[in-house]
Design a protein around this ligand. Structure first.
Ligand code: KG4
Ligand code: ZN
Length: 361
């Protein structure tokens, strides 16, 4: 397809209500004309995780306004669009349905093509929006809900090389923060503490490193941390500020090493790739990033980390995936179903874990 494509993207699969307008003009780099993300952290804060019913209601109430804002800040009306892309899964089904119903209504009212998009494909295709990299590349998705290695071979060709069999790393950071009395989201708080800790004091397990392949496990790590904390409490009646820092350092080092070793394996399994790209909130962690960069340097593969606002949940990635699919000749569809689970790679074995932010794909 060799014409300018301007798509509205809608995302509501977890706890961010998002809309964006992205334009691709042939021969030019894609432009993000607007990207609005309305988070729900405060709504769920009291519950220690995302509550699906609260998320669904908030999406239903806020989607109209968020779409309006994205169009206004792009300086466009619906008439200027060439299509609408919407997250059709995987995720919390109530939220996904809200987005799909709105997108269906808008597309039908304007006679616009509707592109259903897999949320994970949105993340996986982001490096092409930000950096225009060529296929194939290896993608590491590390967030509060996802953790997987994807070999991205084409717009609609993904091979899942491995992933977590239980918690996602962001979930482990969040639980660690909770166990140590640090604020949520836990990642940034644990990282800040870890900077001041003694890396030699605690050595936590590196699960599944002894097992072939790229699968990972993070739930045992928090149990080990809990045990170390309780041992300190039993011996001293509590934990000191320095104990907390040292525990955070030990925990973060374990997560970073597991991710680094498994990334090296995934790269070895991938064959020749143009880059290793990361996405997800955990990719913001400097220690983890540094380890991944070292692995890439050793393998002679460029390391790519899109800006954080495009690494975490957003709708620009959904609009972009819609553009990629349209340009790739994949037909629009109106009779698709919203899916709570939707693995990108149907040939990979199903994952059993279910994260705090919904089913893992
Ligand atoms: O991608 P994201 O914004 O949302 C989804 O999970 O979908 O990721 C959020 C997760 C949270 O679990 C948060 O604790 C973690 O990313 N995170 C971090 C850091 N910043 C955010 N984890 C480790 N280090 C960080 N600096
Ligand atoms: Zn996501």
């Amino acid at each position: 397809m060799d014409r300018t494509l301007t798509l509205l993207g809608i995302e509501s699969s977890c706890d961010d209500t998002a809309a964006a307008v992205v334009r691709l003009t042939p021969g030019q780099a894609p432009e993000i004309l607007s990207s609005t993300v309305l988070g729900q952290t405060a709504l769920h804060a009291a519950f220690g995780g995302v509550v699906p019913e609260i998320a669904a209601r908030a999406h239903a109430e806020r989607l109209d306004g968020v779409v309006e804002e994205a169009l206004v800040s792009a300086g466009l009306t619906l008439d200027a669009l060439d299509g609408i892309a919407v997250t059709a899964g995987p995720g919390l089904i109530g939220g996904v349905l809200s987005g799909v119903m709105l997108a269906r209504g808008l597309a039908a009212s304007r006679g616009l093509p509707l592109m259903p998009v897999n949320h994970l494909a949105g993340h996986a295709l982001t490096p092409r929006l930000t950096d225009g990299i060529a296929f194939p590349y290896l993608m590491l998705l590390v967030s509060g809900g996802h953790c997987q290695f994807l070999l991205v071979e084409g717009v609609d060709r993904f091979r899942r090389l491995g992933g977590t069999i239980d918690d996602a790393p962001g979930e482990a950071f969040d639980k660690t923060a909770k166990l140590l009395g640090l604020p949520q989201p836990g990642g940034p708080a644990v990282e800040a503490e870890a900077l001041l800790g003694d890396p030699k004091r605690f050595t936590f397990p590196r699960p599944l490193l002894d097992r072939d392949g790229c699968d990972m496990s993070f739930s045992g790590l928090k149990t080990a941390l809990l045990r170390a904390r309780d041992t300190l409490i039993a011996a001293q009646g509590g934990i000191t500020v320095q104990d907390r820092r040292d525990l955070c350092t030990g925990f973060q080092a374990a997560v970073a090493e597991v991710l680094a070793v498994k990334t090296a394996r995934a790269l070895a399994l991938s064959g020749k790739v143009t880059a290793l790209a990361v996405a997800g909130g955990v990719a913001a962690n400097s220690a983890i990033r540094a380890m991944l960069e070292t692995v890439c340097a050793r393998s002679g593969v460029p390391f790519l980390a899109p800006p954080l606002r495009l690494c975490t949940d957003n709708a620009a990635m959904i609009a972009w995936a819609g553009i990629e699919r349209m340009r790739g000749g994949i037909p629009p569809s109106t009779d698709f179903v919203a899916r709570p689970r939707w693995p990108l790679d149907d040939t990979a074995p199903a994952q059993l874990g279910s994260g705090k932010k919904g089913a893992k794909a």
